[in-house]
Design a protein around this ligand. Sequence first.
Ligand SMILES: [Zn+2]
Ligand SMILES: [Zn+2]
Length: 289
Amino acid sequence: MPERPPRPQRAETREIVELRQLKAAQPELASAIDMQIALVDMQRRVQSRVPLPWIQVDPEWQKAQQTAGRPLVRFKDIPLEWSDFRLIFRQTADILQRFDALDRADYDRIVALGRDGNALEPAVRAWYDATSGVEPGSDPRNRAPSDAPASLDQVLVLALRPFLARCAEALAQKVDLGGWNHGHCPVCGWEPDFSVITPSAERRLFCGRCIAQWSFASLTCPFCANDDRALITSFATRDGRYRVAACDVCRRYIKAYDARRAQRPVMVAVDSIATLPLDAAAMQRGYVG
Ligand SMILES: [Zn+2]
Ligand SMILES: [Zn+2]
């Protein structure tokens, strides 16, 4: 066997380079940026080991799911490798705790759940089934045991991301999502948490869980479907790079990267952090994220 040369040091991704530049430009965001770098780096390492799943989608079933507003990824489609999942679940909790995004009591309970081999798997399955709505009759209120800490959602969203992102990738190659006109994700059913206004002035939403993207009417609220433009409040950063569309019916808002006047394409992991000051502005006006 010929000896392999040592592996070169992994180059930093474009996202991490951009995050470091953002930190230099906006030092007041340093802690949020450092946390994001830790999360992005961990997710990338796990995702590189997750195989692209083979998801069988029957066209009739797809049509029925789409009409009912139900997404396409069933729990059994997710290429979950439990030892990897356990690791990322624990490391996600560690990172959030290190940056004070998770309090100590919640952290201890979440870590205990991760260590309990018999409890974790059914809990993740029940949470996904309840929050994706992929099966008829599921109820998001039954996502977790009533005594589970509220922050469990955040840990599960981040820990499942590399596995669900691979599902989104696999589906994007074989399924046309162009007919999907709902405000939630066509892949995993979660809510959007960022958006982009494309150079042709179309709006695309990004799922807050699997990062799938889909087109959505630019003046409709994705959370409550309000499409009265008099009841959508919109404001932008001074440079016009980022915008907020806030709904005066349900009081939710969504941020956008305005690619019509941008030097680079949208990068959700970067732009969602660069816009933290916009979140503060939206909340000051009484909207909720
Ligand atoms: Zn999704
Ligand atoms: Zn609304």
